[in-house]
Design a protein around this ligand. Structure first.
Ligand code: ADP
Length: 367
């Protein structure tokens, strides 16, 4: 895609070695990431990990110290925000309080000098998309938080952007509204299948629900990138394993065809590492069974929590606290009881020990 400035882009987003620094503080470190046309990419990570900075680099509100940002084939690194043809929604709606809903939605179109009749049609279309047609004449103060956020989304969509940037768009809403809006966003994406969406969140449920792929950020760096299922089943780093879903992360010593954990031999179906090396074994708590089986581990029950559909057992195994989420447990073991747990070789993933993670990050970026 080439296209004149402010024309909608449909070619996705590409970060090429993008770094951003404030003073001496590098807050985004050589980000390499591609969002395909029509793809929803979540940037997931803890507060301060650089997610918003990455998004603002796409919007044009921060200038990278190095690297390039592309929209489709167009290098937009040096372009001002209004020439990028992007729609953006931030956490705090940021509607103009003195303007009616329809004028808020029309704002970007007027700035782009779109003809009046065309503006009216596009405003109607955008409000229809978010289910807010009936509220066109209201002022923002006459709307709930969820409705205001819908208007903010309509305003971003009115310019028919090829790229939509969403920065924690649901975090100002209460839990119930949030889950409704999540479904709304998923529907919106189905109705706008060509729009690439970059979605910043620290909430793994939002990322898992909405995203085609998730880019996991930590301390200014991309840690991992993949579909939700890939990250869940085959995380590449300890950070991803613990940030996406729940994980037992066990220190192991690598043998030939198996690993040793606290005096137990554990078989794996995949994973390569040099014999004798230390590594981390990731086992999801809900993939663990009670009783004898493959990869049996014995230990002492240290704590039991009933969580409605499951019991969470914490079992001390050789000084490590192992978590197991067990369903259909009619008679849970007693505290202090000796139990055996097991898991299938294919449900264990071998990861580099955290100290060695830096080496794997570069590989993860190109996934
Ligand atoms: P996230 O979105 O993951 O919470 P941000 O990208 O907002 O993280 O911030 C990354 C880091 O950059 C944080 O340490 C933050 O304090 C710092 N930062 C962000 N904006 C500025 C700024 N304008 N000036 C100085 N530091 C900033």
């Amino acid at each position: 895609m080439t296209g004149a400035a402010a024309e909608p882009e449909t070619g996705g987003i590409r970060f090429e070695q993008v770094s951003v620094a404030y003073g001496r503080n590098t807050v985004l470190d050589q980000l390499d990431l591609t969002v395909e046309p029509g793809e929803v990419m979540a940037l997931l990570g803890p507060s301060g990990s650089g997610k918003t900075t990455a998004l603002r680099a796409v919007a044009g509100f921060v200038r990278p110290a190095s690297g390039r940002v592309y929209l489709g084939d167009r290098d937009v690194t040096g372009l001002p925000p209004h020439q990028r043809g992007i729609g953006m929604v931030v956490q705090q709606y940021a509607l103009f309080p003195h303007m009616r809903v329809r004028d808020n939605v029309a704002f970007g179109l007027k700035a782009r000098k779109v003809r009046k009749a065309e503006i009216a049609a596009r405003v109607a279309e955008a409000l229809e998309l978010v289910g807010m047609s009936a509220y066109a004449a209201r002022y923002p103060r006459e709307l709930s938080g969820g409705q205001q956020q819908r208007v903010a989304i309509a305003r971003a969509l009115a310019v028919r952007p090829g790229v939509l940037l969403l920065d924690e768009p649901l975090s100002a809403l209460d839990a119930q509204l949030r889950s409704g809006m999540l479904a709304e966003l998923a529907r919106l994406h189905r109705e706008l299948p060509d729009v690439s969406i970059l979605y910043v969140t620290h909430d793994q449920v939002e990322a898992l629900t909405l995203a085609d792929r998730i880019a996991v950020m930590d301390r200014a760096r991309l840690q991992d990138c993949g579909t939700p299922q890939e990250l869940y089943r085959a995380p590449r780093t300890e950070f991803t394993a613990s940030f996406v879903g729940n994980a037992n992360l066990l220190p192991v010593t690598v043998g030939s065809g198996s690993v040793a954990f606290a005096g137990h031999e554990v078989k794996l179906s995949t994973g390569e590492a040099a014999t004798g090396a230390t590594a981390t074994l990731c086992v999801r708590p809900h993939m663990v069974g009670l009783g004898d089986g493959p990869n049996a581990l014995t230990g002492t029950v240290a704590e039991i929590q009933w969580r409605g559909s499951t019991h969470r057992l914490y079992v001390d195994i050789g000084g490590h606290r192992f978590k197991a989420d067990l369903r259909e447990l009619r008679e849970p073991p007693a505290l202090g009881e000796k139990v055996t747990l097991h898991f299938a070789p294919e449900d264990a993933v071998l990861l580099p020990a955290a100290d060695h993670e830096a080496e794997t990050v570069a590989g993860a970026a190109h996934g």
